[in-house]
Design a protein around this ligand. Structure first.
Ligand code: X2X
Length: 343
């Protein structure tokens, strides 16, 4: 397995993060001085070099500084605390305090949270952010709150997803027939590739590199930033720019733990996390265009499929009808207000 997947040692990382505390007297942050140190665990599935971790580390440094060292958020990247399914249980139990997760994986717990992954719903980023920072996002976050998870206002970008393969390029929907593809553990993802006639297997991201390397599956789908940063190009030959869905990570916090934090602490965390997300979105947008050249240089062969055959295949298989019924009219109208009618 590549070195990026083994990650850096937890202790080294944590101690590297804790050097910036300055006294509250200097920052003039009054209330923080009264409380004891608040230590929070932030865990995720992504290598430390991904903008999600780089920008969140900046946020945790700024939070530590503004609170005079009182709020210490420790980051555990790259599945150090378990795969996504496991980390989801841990954020619910309180073993982890904060955990960014794809809405589509959260769907195992909050069915509606997968709605933004409906294939070919979003035509571009302005539409994504209008919906996710607007009414659709508000609606989804309210559903998540029902399972006692707090959701930060702004969702992290993961990106528009493309399909990679070790065996062949995906040119039309026909190429997906019988294709052995890894999908994240999520009802919508599995249903979508079943509708294409593929053979999807639900695998946590922690196991993706080795599943591709040992050819348990032929292919997978992810945004270019993930394909590059998790070095999937080492074990995949073709990259087909299917752009079949937009995916983001909701930043989830254990509801009880979040509610127990003083309002001023919540305010400082919110402020710096939101700043980090805005920067992260900009990083990802740039990476997902710039990385094509780099991945080609590393030997990946790119192709640019026409969307029509894919949309038609899903329509014919009843994919949109099935999910319209599952999500319900109210939710679909929140989505379609931004995307237009999906069929
Ligand atoms: O598991 C994946 O493929 C990833 C990294 O894109 C998600 O977090 C959904």
């Amino acid at each position: 397995m590549s070195d990026i997947n083994t990650g850096i040692k937890r202790r080294t990382f944590v101690s590297a993060l804790s050097a910036t505390a300055i006294p509250a007297a200097i920052t003039g942050a009054p209330a923080f001085a009264q409380s004891g140190t608040i230590t929070l665990k932030w865990a995720n599935n992504i290598p430390v070099t991904h903008p999600s971790n780089i920008r969140i580390k900046e946020a945790t440094d700024a939070i530590r500084q503004e609170t005079g060292g009182k709020v210490d958020i420790q980051i555990f990247p790259n599945n150090q605390l378990g795969g996504d399914t496991d980390m989801l249980s841990q954020v619910r139990s309180g073993a982890i305090d904060i955990f960014p997760l794809s809405g589509l994986i959260l769907q195992t717990l909050v069915p509606l949270a997968g709605i933004n992954g409906l294939a070919f719903a979003f035509k571009d980023y302005p539409t994504v952010w209008a919906a996710m920072d607007g009414d659709l996002g508000v609606y989804i976050r309210a559903q998540i709150a029902k399972v006692n998870l707090h959701t930060f206002d702004k969702i992290l970008d993961n990106g528009f997803r493309n399909t990679t393969s070790s065996t062949k390029p995906i040119v039309t929907a026909e190429d997906l027939r019988g294709f052995k593809i890894r999908v994240p553990i999520s009802p919508l993802w599995t249903s979508m590739f079943k509708a294409f006639g593929s053979a999807p297997t639900g695998i946590n991201f922690a196991e993706v590199y080795s599943a591709l390397q040992t050819k348990v599956v032929e292919g997978q789908e992810n945004p270019l930033a993930i394909i590059e940063i998790a070095k999937l190009y080492e074990v995949q030959k073709f990259c087909s720019m299917t752009g079949h869905m937009w995916d983001g990570q909701w930043i989830l916090a254990n509801g009880k733990r979040w509610a127990s934090l003083p309002a001023d602490v919540q305010g400082v965390i919110n402020k710096h996390v939101n700043t980090a997300v805005v920067k992260q979105r900009d990083d990802i947008r740039r990476l997902n265009t710039d990385l094509e050249t780099q991945l080609k240089a590393k030997g990946m062969i790119f192709n640019y499929p026409e969307v029509t055959s894919f949309r038609d295949a899903l329509s014919k298989a009843g994919f949109y009808q099935e999910w319209r019924a599952k999500f319900g009219d109210e939710a679909m109208s929140k989505l379609e207000k931004y995307t237009g009618r999906l069929a």
